[in-house]
Write a new protein. Structure first.
Length: 279
């Protein structure tokens, strides 16, 4: 069992390191198929692995001033409040419906990756494992940056928008176990003037905090018992794969690779949808 868990973790970590794709997007289906788990069983283990790998990316971006800490803490704090709602709903819905919802989310993420790789190939190379370089800022109608300090100029409208994104991230983490980077990065890019690199770095901190908080909520409030004998080898493999992917990413990560993994996501989504509808 342990070698299989390490291999599954290595595969997830490598995907994270090479493409920046959401770890739980691949971790949940792999755990379901590799260990014959249901989605609710796979969710907490996948989120722990996501939290650990996102923490690595956060630390990598720590010294280069890309992370907007106030925005990250606001989003994570709101996510902690909404995650229990997602967890409760997940335990009240049929597993087949949860699988179908996950397939829909997986399809959305895959199509976004394909669109990004085609329309903005320069941003397809900005992966979570290697946040470096200067991205072009996107003009945001909601949250402006101070031209002198580079910090977000907070207004009520800006705070509510950022907080709403955090709440959505926490709810989805509790419901189907996704880290939420596919929500956070587009939100920050659309509503702020942050560069792509800064948005990705900030999302890493949010994901690390929200994923850990969601698992803690599931354990403390829902009484879920985490299978540590399974979780720890899987997390160790994910971290190792992430570190290896970070080393390889500057050499081979790019548009074609992102398109390949997006197509893989679509295949997984179709498989999960078929299983949910036929079951």
């Amino acid at each position: 069992m342990t070698p299989l868990l390490l291999l599954l973790g290595l595969a997830i970590g490598a995907v994270l390191g090479l493409t920046g794709a959401g770890g739980s997007i691949f971790a949940v289906p792999l755990l379901m198929w590799g260990l014959h788990w249901s989605l609710p069983q796979a969710t907490p283990v996948a989120l722990l692995a996501v939290s650990a790998s996102a923490l690595i990316g956060t630390l990598a971006a720590w010294d280069v001033s890309y992370i907007r800490y106030r925005a990250a803490l606001l989003m994570a704090g709101c996510g902690w409040f909404t995650a229990p709602l997602g967890i409760q709903l997940a335990h009240s819905l049929p597993v087949s419906l949860l699988n179908l919802l996950f397939a829909v989310v997986l399809t959305i993420v895959a199509l976004r990756m394909l669109r990004q790789a085609i329309r903005k190939p320069e941003e397809a190379n900005v992966v979570r494992a290697t946040v470096a370089g200067d991205g072009e800022p996107a003009a945001g109608p909601c949250c402006r940056l101070d031209p002198l300090t580079g910090r977000i100029q907070w207004t009520w409208r800006c705070a509510v928008t950022i907080a709403s994104g955090g709440g959505a991230t926490g709810f989805l983490a509790g419901l189907i176990g996704v880290g939420g980077g596919f929500v956070i990065v587009p939100l920050l890019r659309a509503t702020t003037e942050l560069s792509m690199h800064s948005a990705v770095a900030t999302s890493l901190m949010v994901i690390a905090l929200t994923s850990a908080g969601t698992v803690a909520s599931a354990i403390l409030m829902q009484g879920i018992e985490l299978p540590w004998g399974i979780a720890l080898p899987f997390i160790a493999g994910t971290v190792a794969g992430m570190l290896g992917g970070r080393q390889l990413a500057p050499r081979i990560a790019g548009v074609r690779l992102q398109q390949l993994f997006a197509l893989l996501m679509l295949i997984v989504a179709v498989g999960m949808a078929f299983h949910a509808l036929s079951g």
